[in-house]
Design a protein around this ligand. Structure first.
Ligand code: ASP
Ligand code: MG
Length: 408
């Protein structure tokens, strides 16, 4: 018996039947003696539908009103779920974020949670009531409705679990856990029983879209045991934890990839102090995020400089770089969208040498040209031609034995 926060994402509550299935799952846990707080997302497609309506009226909708609009999606789900629970004979009550005092700052559409008043929820739980809370939303100090950014219900769930000192926070979604890589690319991908917070953060920032990154950060900070499970099947899912695997275990936990980046190169840049700043300064001023950067050794007093940005920012970045190129007297600007970033992630690489060379050996054997490389303590990323994505992921998966259960 314990206190659990269950979060159900959009597809898990996408229809009345699914909402009823969720009610059965929650009732089963409650009948078992557990205290349950449920956090729900809007029914699948609803947040996009509402965003579309707003866009028909205002090109850039007023953020405060956008939050009022978007917060209604979750409100629909929470009330329907309570009705379904009550139909099953449970005592259940739904609350908006503001009603349970999820207090945030006032940055509309990307607010951050400041504090949560857990009293009302605890009182309900003690009285045997299942509490259903709307995800993704809160209230600022003045009582304005705020939202936490797309995917924000995950963060609501983790924040509630931290505030209520829950035993575990379960994120129910349409996959049954975190996999060694995307099973659509490598059918031999294996579900991980556990993964560390650090690894999960890397996987999420590298494009594994299971959890909102901020929720993982939050869970790590407050040491909330977080479990990702399927709402459609049984199973223990994947536990995200602080515990690191034993040394004999896998060096690499997973392979992530990101197809959303594009590469820009400026050639013939005078090799003088300040050149990098002149190139990247205007890009940063335009609020464009830069990911990987390479500057080559200077040859004949000029150098080539390459970096990557999100594909959506490519056109803007190219325009800025072209004008920088003219003012710097550089030679040319070229761009490439047909790239993919492939990364191997694992805390195991901290204590083992030779992981990078093993990765590069795989690319050498497969004749895949590496265009850029970046590393951190627990990750190695390379940029390659996107046509090699599947080959690269599958060869790495096999080379690092990710399809085999790690030794105990
Ligand atoms: N409904 C919101 C979204 O689609 C929040 C969430 O589902 O986590 O982003
Ligand atoms: Mg989500």
């Amino acid at each position: 018996m314990g206190l659990f926060v269950y979060k159900f994402g959009g597809t898990s509550v996408g229809t009345v039947e699914r909402i009823q299935a969720v009610a059965h799952k929650v009732k089963a846990a409650h009948d078992n003696g557990d205290q349950i707080v449920v956090v729900v997302s809007a029914m699948s497609g609803e947040t996009n539908r509402l965003t579309g309506l707003a866009a028909e009226i205002q090109k850039t909708p007023v953020a405060r009103e956008m939050d009022v609009l978007l917060s209604t999606g979750e409100q629909v789900t929470m009330s329907l779920l309570c009705m379904a629970l009550i139909e099953l004979g449970c005592s259940a009550k739904s609350y908006t974020g503001g009603q349970v005092r999820i207090v945030t700052d006032n940055s509309h559409t990307k607010a951050r949670i400041k504090r949560i008043d857990d009293k009302k929820i605890h009182d309900n739980l003690k009285a045997g009531t299942i509490v259903v809370v709307a995800g993704f939303q809160g209230m600022d100090e003045e009582g304005n409705i705020t939202t936490l950014g797309r995917g924000g219900s995950d963060t609501t769930a983790v924040a509630l679990a931290a505030a209520l000192k829950a035993d575990e926070c379960h994120i129910y979604t349409d996959v049954d856990g975190v996999y060694t890589t995307d099973p659509r690319v490598e059918p031999n991908a294996r579900r991980l029983d556990s993964i560390t917070f650090e690894e999960m953060l890397e996987m999420a920032s590298l494009g594994t879209k299971i959890l909102q990154i901020r929720s993982v950060e939050f869970a790590g900070k407050y040491n909330v045991a977080l479990r990702v499970l399927s709402s459609f099947s049984e199973g223990r899912g994947t536990l995200i934890t602080y515990e690191e695997p034993a040394v004999e275990q896998a060096l690499i936990s997973g392979i992530a990839f990101n197809k959303d980046e594009a590469k820009l190169t400026i050639t013939g840049v005078p090799d003088i102090p300040g050149a990098a700043f002149k190139i990247l300064g205007p890009i940063a001023d335009a609020n464009i995020e830069i990911d990987m950067i390479i500057q080559n050794v200077a040859d004949d007093a000029t150098t080539d400089f390459t970096f990557t940005v999100h594909r959506n920012d490519l056109a803007a970045a190219k325009a800025i770089l072209t004008s920088t190129s003219e003012s710097l007297g550089a030679k040319s600007v070229t761009t490439d969208e047909k790239i993919v970033k492939v990364s191997i992630v694992g805390v195991g690489m901290r204590s083992h040498a030779g992981i990078a060379s093993k990765m590069f050996e795989v690319f050498a054997d497969e004749n895949i040209n590496i265009q850029m490389i970046s590393t951190s303590e627990i990750k190695i990323s390379v940029v390659i031609d996107e046509k090699y994505l599947e080959l690269a992921v599958r060869s790495l998966h096999a080379a690092f034995d990710l399809d085999k259960e790690p030794a105990q």
